[in-house]
Design a protein around this ligand. Structure first.
Ligand SMILES: C[S@@+](CC[C@H](N)C(=O)[O-])C[C@H]1O[C@@H](n2cnc3c(N)ncnc32)[C@H](O)[C@@H]1O
Length: 287
């Protein structure tokens, strides 16, 4: 990786200034808002279908880090009572604009709230389902975020977490193959052949280390918040991966219902053969 890990594990809360800087970034980045606008309904469909598969009818659903709120809206259309939340009032403003201009059946059970996943303003066990897509890699304290998710989920309820597996050795290997074939790699993660190769080796070591450890080992990075935002998770703060999540949830007495679901045909095959190194996290947990 082209950045230096900020800390190896998460025994302490990260320093406050980073948390504030990240909040300010999401509250003000018009360019990031533009990138989120590229995520249309088709983009959110696999995530929404996964949540629907595990949410009983008319569930109380909390979506965390919902950006401009499209997935929350789709979940609401499926008949659930949904609260879509995000740290950014700027991004949620798009969701609220939509609510003011369009009338759909069932939309009265849809609400948006600005809040930080690290300090959720909800009572214990309020929700049947707590879900997030592409959020966990953006938090500077993954343990605190997971603890809040558990707290607000009712006993017997589900937690569903999706997003990129930033510790997958396969992800940079794919970048390397693309670069060898003369195609571009990914910004930040595999821009050059050397970077893609060293990241793949590094992630393989991480995979082994994490598998052998009895506890989750949350590994952080300094997010790229200044200047241009290129997408490609440059703003991520946590090297998200399913092994940490699995260990954290098990350690807190939760049951892993699906370690990895997989969305595409290839993803499904990966989820069966190599659930912990697949490119995407798609984990379902029962409280
Ligand atoms: C990559 S975007 C994903 C947005 C949406 N889920 C999607 O798939 O389009 C990450 C989102 O997480 C939000 N976010 C980052 N840190 C957060 C935090 N601490 N609490 C709540 N939301 C946060 C950002 O504002 C942003 O909307």
């Amino acid at each position: 990786m082209n950045t230096v890990p900020r800390q190896e594990t998460s025994p302490h809360a990260p320093e406050e200034p980073l948390r504030q800087r990240m909040r300010q970034f999401y509250e003000t980045s018009e360019r990031y808002k533009g990138l989120l606008a590229e995520h249309d309904e088709a983009y959110h469909k696999p995530f929404v279908e996964l949540v629907n598969r595990y949410a009983p009818p008319h569930s109380r659903v909390l979506e965390l880090g919902c950006g401009n709120g499209i997935a929350s809206r789709l979940l609401n259309r499926s008949g659930h009572h949904v609260i879509g939340t995000d740290i950014s009032a700027l991004f949620l403003g798009e969701a609220e604009k939509w609510q003011q201009t369009v009338t759909h059946d069932g939309e009265h059970n849809l609400e948006y709230r600005v809040c930080d996943v690290l300090e959720l303003p909800f009572q214990d066990e309020m929700f049947d389902v707590v879900c997030s897509n592409e959020l966990i890699e953006h938090v500077p304290d993954a343990g605190a975020a997971l603890s809040e998710m558990i707290r607000v989920t009712r006993k017997g309820g589900r937690i569903i977490i999706c997003g990129p597996n930033l510790c997958s050795p396969l992800m940079p290997l794919i970048d390397l193959l693309r670069l060898i074939r003369g195609k571009p790699g990914r910004p930040f993660w595999g821009e050059t052949k050397r970077q893609a190769f060293s990241n793949s080796v590094r992630n393989f070591h991480l995979y082994l280390k994490k598998r052998l450890s009895s506890k989750p080992q949350f590994l952080y990075r300094e997010p790229e918040l200044g200047g241009q935002v290129f997408g490609g998770d440059g703003d991520s703060a946590y090297y998200a991966n399913p092994i940490d999540l699995e260990k954290y949830f098990r350690h807190h007495g939760l049951r892993i219902v699906r370690r990895c679901v997989g969305f595409s045909a290839k993803g499904k095959l990966m989820s069966i053969c190599f659930p912990r190194v697949s490119l995407y996290i798609s984990m379902v947990v029962k409280r």
